[in-house]
Ligand binder design. Structure first.
Ligand code: NDP
Ligand code: GDR
Length: 337
């Protein structure tokens, strides 16, 4: 019998790639989808299985991370082998506008899920989506031993989730791990995160659909990797004999400005003609530089990233150019695999 996994945040960037990976490995995958007045399953429509189909390997359930009873009931019924907690209000800038909501969904929900595991008697291994944002103003390179100094309500919430996971591991002997993932992107990245905002604008400018791109701080340094490779690291963390916490990163640094230059360059555009500053996109406190040291993941998980930032920008620009072309042709918009 194959294993069973539950993914929260299955409709997000990482959830969609992780669902594909686990299905390929023969898992039965269950995902939590929150109720929305518009469709929010675009990233997983291509793997959707009809509720009437026999022997489904991909099953969606309506639930919400803020509803602890729903989580207990679901876990009691499913008794999964692995749980990946990817659900979150994941936008750092938005967390300053909705700090309490972010604290609840992104922070407290990690604890809610751990308690639901206990209450339901599930023996599942648990992955918590921790973040390099927890390091905040701690100088790079950051690794598993770097002290946290979060710089946003989102970062604070993730620190709470991190320690709740460590505490449940120590208190109850749970197999619970933190993946401390640095920024990772793809053609499925949400349109308001900076890389996708840039690559989507490049495609639209190239097609004559827009002329300007307004951005905030171009000096921030990030360590950008490729999302499909990062979900593989998540899976590897749950296959070890002992639970532990791991940094996942490329170790390569680039500024937002450099990403802009490379992305516009791929489409033969001069970025200085199109990019303008809008202070609206600045944060009250910024994270200046995140550059990860993923040596532990390399040594213990045998995990190594292949896609570097220039390739990543190219992959995303090309996908957005195809998507804009599809839109202009009136075709069904494709989600790049
Ligand atoms: P996304 O923003 O793309 O996806 C977030 C997911 O969480 C979506 O499926 C969303 O549902 C779901 N969600 C939001 N609120 C709730 C809720 N109340 N109940 C249930 N589900 C909810 O994030 P990513 O895929 O990029 O990231 C996955 C996780 O990894 C997140 O926890 C993020 O904070 C963390 N992370 C991400 C990094 C990155 O660079 N991408 C780096 C480090 C950590 P809906 O589709 O309905 O909005
Ligand atoms: P981040 O990603 O905050 O690192 O969090 P984001 O892409 O939002 O910002 C990266 C950097 O770009 C600067 N920036 C802008 N950002 C946005 N979104 N929009 C702009 O117009 C803009 N202009 C400049 C930002 O100031 C920042 O320095 C992401 C999320 O996926 C988190 O969930 C995850 O935990 C971390 O990565 C690791």
């Amino acid at each position: 019998m194959g294993k069973t996994a539950l993914i929260t945040g299955v409709t997000g960037q990482d959830g969609s790639y992780l669902a594909e990976l686990l299905l390929d490995k023969g898992y039965t995958v269950h995902g939590i989808v929150r109720r929305s007045s518009t469709f929010n399953t675009e990233r997983i429509d291509h793997i959707y299985q009809d509720p009437q189909a026999q022997n489904r390997s991909f099953v969606l359930h309506h639930a919400d991370l803020t509803d602890g009873v729903a989580l207990v009931n679901l876990l009691r019924d499913l008794q999964p082998d692995e749980i990946y907690n990817l659900g979150a209000q994941s936008h750092v800038r938005v967390s300053f506008d909705a700090p309490l909501y972010t604290g609840d969904v992104t922070g407290l929900s990690a604890l809610r899920l751990l308690e639901a595991v206990r209450a339901s008697g599930t023996q599942a291994r648990i992955y918590q989506a921790s973040s390099s944002e927890m390091f905040g103003s701690a100088p790079p390179p950051q690794n598993e031993g770097t002290p946290f100094h979060p710089r946003s309500p989102y970062g604070c919430a993730k620190v709470f989730g991190y320690w709740a996971t460590v505490n449940y591991r120590e208190a109850y002997g749970m197999y619970a791990v933190n993946g401390i993932l640095f920024n990772h992107e793809s053609p499925r990245r949400g349109e308001t995160f900076v890389t996708r905002k840039i690559t989507r604008a490049v495609a639209r400018i190239k097609a004559g659909l827009q002329d300007r791109l307004y951005l905030g701080n171009l000096d921030a340094v990030r360590d950008w990797g490729y999302a499909p490779e990062y979900v593989d690291a998540m899976w590897r963390m749950l296959q070890r004999d002992e639970p532990d916490d791991y940094v996942v990163a490329t170790g390569e640094a680039a500024t937002v400005r450099q990403f802009v230059e490379v992305a516009f360059g791929h489409a033969d555009l001069d970025w200085t003609e199109h990019v303008r500053y809008d202070p609206k996109y600045e944060r009250p406190t910024e994270v200046d530089a995140l550059i990860g040291d993923a040596g532990k993941a390399r040594d213990l998980l045998d995990w190594e990233p292949k896609v570097r930032v220039a390739d990543l920008a190219r992959i995303m620009v090309e996908a957005d150019i195809r998507q804009v072309a599809d839109q202009l042709a009136g075709a069904t918009v494709r989600i790049d695999r």
